[in-house]
Design a protein around this ligand. Structure first.
Ligand SMILES: Nc1nc2c(ncn2[C@@H]2O[C@H](COP(=O)(O)OP(=O)(O)OP(=O)(O)O)[C@@H](O)[C@H]2O)c(=O)[nH]1
Ligand SMILES: [Mg+2]
Length: 207
């Protein structure tokens, strides 16, 4: 019997690159987004791994292709390759480890170096379930994210709190900017426009 090419099950594909220090929970967040019943523990990522999830946003079937990068320093030389063709970037730190928050500056610089000027990004403070061990105040991180022109979301990959929101927020923002690009609407300055459109800074932050 003749084989015919399959009709794609999606209208658009979005590549998202997830970066951050080792052990902040990148793999766990991605696995839980892809499958809520996924396990809680994973070996450290070697090089890069992938996740795939189909979601629907405003009637568009979106395939989210997630690149899960290794946080270990020995892989940093190759991380730059993983930004190629990315539509959005997720920057993850661990709310219980100040160093991982301090290192966001480094990861952001890398992302800015290797992606287009108008790249939507989102900052994620993970492990919010570990309330008593919190070392990075929400207000400090939110203020930094605001200055960098990004929304902040605190998540728990353990309880699933806000995990889906990370990817929905990002895909929404990517789609919004693509629409603006197509309409030729003036976009203004990238760093301030995210918040201008959201109406208020708080509206883009979830703790
Ligand atoms: N309590 C708690 N633990 C978490 C959470 N997310 C991840 N972890 C744990 O943190 C550890 C590291 O998680 P990973 O997802 O492997 O971290 P990673 O950022 O992918 O690390 P690399 O692959 O080395 O870059 C594991 O023991 C997870 O179970 C969370 O939200 N809460
Ligand atoms: Mg990993």
């Amino acid at each position: 019997m003749a084989e015919y090419p399959k009709v794609p099950q999606y209208d658009a594909i979005y590549k998202v690159t997830v970066i951050g220090d080792s052990q902040v929970g990148k793999t766990t967040i991605i696995r839980k987004f892809v499958d809520q019943g996924a396990p809680d523990h994973y070996p450290p990522t070697i090089g890069v791994d992938f996740g795939l999830k189909d979601i629907v946003v405003e009637n568009e079937r979106c395939r989210v292709q997630i690149w899960d990068t290794a946080g270990q320093e020995r892989f940093r030389a190759v991380t730059s390759c993983y930004f190629r063709g990315a539509h959005g970037v997720v920057l993850v730190y661990d709310v219980t480890q100040v160093k991982t928050f301090d290192n966001i500056q480094f990861h952001l610089a890398q992302a800015q170096q290797f992606t287009a000027d108008n790249q939507p990004m989102i900052m994620v403070g993970n492990k919010s379930d570990l309330g008593e061990q919190r070392a990075v105040p929400y207000s400090l991180a939110a203020s930094y994210a605001h200055d960098m022109g990004m929304p902040l979301i605190e998540t728990s990959a353990k309880t699933l709190n806000n995990v889906d929101d990370v990817f929905y927020h990002l895909i929404n923002e990517i789609r919004k900017r693509h629409k603006e690009d197509r309409s030729g609407e003036p976009r203004g300055d990238r760093k301030s426009s995210i918040f201008a459109r959201s109406g208020s800074r708080r509206g883009w932050c979830c703790s």
